[in-house]
Design a protein around this ligand. Sequence first.
Ligand SMILES: NC(=O)c1ccc[n+]([C@@H]2O[C@H](COP(=O)([O-])OP(=O)(O)OC[C@H]3O[C@@H](n4cnc5c(N)ncnc54)[C@H](OP(=O)(O)O)[C@@H]3O)[C@@H](O)[C@H]2O)c1
Length: 321
Amino acid sequence: MEVLFQYLDQYPMMRNFVFLLGSLYVLKIMVWLIPLMWGDVKAYLLSGLFHMDMKFSQYKWAVVTGASDGIGKQYAIALAKFGVNVVLISRSEDKLKAVEKEILDQCNMLVKIVVADFSEGANIYDHIRMELSGLEVGILINNVAACYDYPEYFLEIPSERLQQIVTINTASVVMMTKIILPVMLERKKGIIVNVSSIGSTFPLPLYTVYSATKKYIDYFTASLQYEYSNRGVIIQHLQPSTVATKMLGIEQTSFTVLSPKKYVRDAISTIGIQDRSFGTLAHALQGWIFKILPEWFLMPFIFKAEINMKREAIRKLQQKQ
Ligand SMILES: NC(=O)c1ccc[n+]([C@@H]2O[C@H](COP(=O)([O-])OP(=O)(O)OC[C@H]3O[C@@H](n4cnc5c(N)ncnc54)[C@H](OP(=O)(O)O)[C@@H]3O)[C@@H](O)[C@H]2O)c1
């Protein structure tokens, strides 16, 4: 560094040029970062002032995909507590019934269960459409997703599993929106939350296909917002970082790893405030770091961390056997 400063001292023109470049870079960051930070400050620090008092109970029904566990289950419970009837969709009827009971024990709302496996692709949507017909659906939480069991190289994962992940994570969002958005537009009101991941903000090696599906949701949601958010429908892109659910097999919570209940409690209050949200302050702070640091600097650390996670997962698997 000292050598660089000495060099620049000898060449004032070069020094001025470097100073100008540095100033432009800082300006670029400020112009881009300030609105971003303001959104998070509004959502997490000044939410009392800016919260639009989202009256969820104005909506009769909410549909939640992947509602039998984790984040989806907590959205279903939270919305029912806000006075919305809920449709729970996932594969396991027994788990859905347990969530139904949990909701009915806590609030006096209607619960409808739809058993469907999103990995089956196009076949399931006629059934879902039929089950939802006649319901005034005002809220759609596109939450369902599948991931690898642990970080793996692309070529190590069977083709069938890759196809399932693509189908579950992307087609479900597209098709559920296709079924429900017209009902919302008719009434000129509605809320769609598309759950992606903080992993949609940077590439995630060893989770390549999962990460790509989340980027797909990013662009799908952003384009949909341009098309329809001026017609009364709030469309939110939610990008959680780590939440202690079965998907990642994490149980321990911390400042950054939230329980699904706490995560949803925070995330639900960002609806109507942020079109694109990390859902909670701790995840927004992580998001800023990932956005500010250049990819060339960040990626070697992320890649190394994933490789270590892979080694650790394989070690645990071998211990079990
Ligand atoms: N947890 C995190 O750290 C994290 C981080 C970033 C983003 N996310 C995103 O948050 C969302 C929810 O994740 P989560 O952690 O809550 O997951 P989770 O606890 O594993 O729950 C997944 C839910 O999806 C259902 N599901 C899985 N495969 C299905 C299929 N083929 N058809 C129908 N339902 C299916 C599961 O129920 P059944 O098994 O009963 O079908 C379950 O209800 C996902 O979009 C995920 O990508 C999570």
